[in-house]
Design a protein around this ligand. Structure first.
Ligand code: BV8
Ligand code: ZN
Length: 249
């Protein structure tokens, strides 16, 4: 029984069977899958930092104008995520990986899918846990929040967060892999995204155009809207229930 009783058992059962029958499943996640871990979403109530919106700071212009302020924002987020744990929604996707062939395509930069144990999530927008040199592009992984302004160990120039900012192109290889994953999927499961940010949001339509069934897990999913099966509940509750039902013999 879905504790929060957001979605009827009958509907969950139908969707779980659909997931079970899919020989290929692609899961597109956004900030909502990390909400239960205490990581604020971008456009939800807790998404603001001081008086700034993500679109104000996550841009090359903001960084060249005030790298200290932008690095303070990213260090704050790195601290939040470092103190967070993957939640039941992330863990359910790890369990689901044992039941069927799936690919996770995430817009999130928090690294929580990988920390939960999902294999090779495609990180469309990069990661909080990578930094890149603004001069020689040398990239390195970090495992704790940045203090002050980081400099490149290779050439000494200023490093930037290893994420994709607004106005920047997505890593070509990642986006190609994501297009391939939705194009070959029988089911595209969309979890915790407002579908505002492009080109990530277009992946759902690409999947549907190739014949995939689209299922959405989101408290704000509109049952009748956008021709998809809507499970209007929180990922941390709906996904574990779905996987429990799909795992039944
Ligand atoms: C590109 C990394 C062009 C950084 C992010 C004008 C100028 C330039 C570009 C544009 C423009 N107008 C539009 C664009 C395109 C732009 C864009 O889409 N803008 C939006 C704002 C309209 N896109 C870009 O700029 C992209 N690049 O277009 O390049 C180009 C082309 C050719 C050559 C050169 C350039 C780059 C976009 C990537 C931006 N980077 N992140 C960082 O994180 O700091 S995007 C950022 O938003 C995050 O990655 C985040 O994941 C993503 C999407 O947000 P969501 O994940 O959906 O989160 P949101 O808060 O919106 O929604 C949360 C959802 O969860 C809600 O629906 C809520 O109901 C639900 N929820 C809440 N709780 C739960 C839940 N669901 C389930 N369970 C719960 N418990
Ligand atoms: Zn360098």
């Amino acid at each position: 029984m879905c504790h929060a009783d957001f979605v009827s058992d009958e509907k969950l059962g139908l969707v779980a069977n659909r997931l079970k029958r899919a020989s290929r499943l692609t899961i597109l996640t956004g900030a909502g899958v990390s909400a239960a871990s205490g990581v604020p979403t971008f456009r939800g109530s807790g998404g603001l930092w001081r008086q700034f919106r993500a679109e104000d700071l996550a841009t090359p212009e903001a960084f060249s104008r005030d790298p200290v302020l932008v690095w303070e924002w990213y260090a704050w987020r790195q601290g939040l995520v470092a103190a967070a744990e993957p939640n039941a929604g992330h863990r359910a996707l790890v369990d689901l990986e044992r039941l069927t062939t799936l690919t996770i395509v995430t817009q999130n930069v928090d690294g929580l899918h990988a920390r939960a144990g999902s294999s090779e999530p495609i990180e469309l927008h990069g990661s909080l846990w990578r930094v890149r040199c603004t001069k020689c592009s040398a990239e390195r992984a970090i495992d704790s929040p940045i203090q002050g302004l980081p400099t490149c160990p290779e050439c000494g120039a200023l490093e930037r967060p290893g994420v994709v900012w607004f106005g920047e192109s997505l890593p070509e290889e990642s986006f190609e892999l994501a297009i391939d994953a939705v194009s070959r999927a029988q089911v595209v499961l969309v979890v915790g995204t407002s579908g505002i940010v492009q080109p990530a949001a277009s992946l759902v339509e690409i999947g549907r155009a190739r014949g995939a069934t689209v299922i959405e897990v989101n408290p704000e999913a509109s049952p009748g809207g956008r021709n998809r099966i809507a499970l209007a509940g929180p990922a941390g509750e709906v996904l574990p229930e779905l996987v429990r039902l799909a795992a039944r013999p």
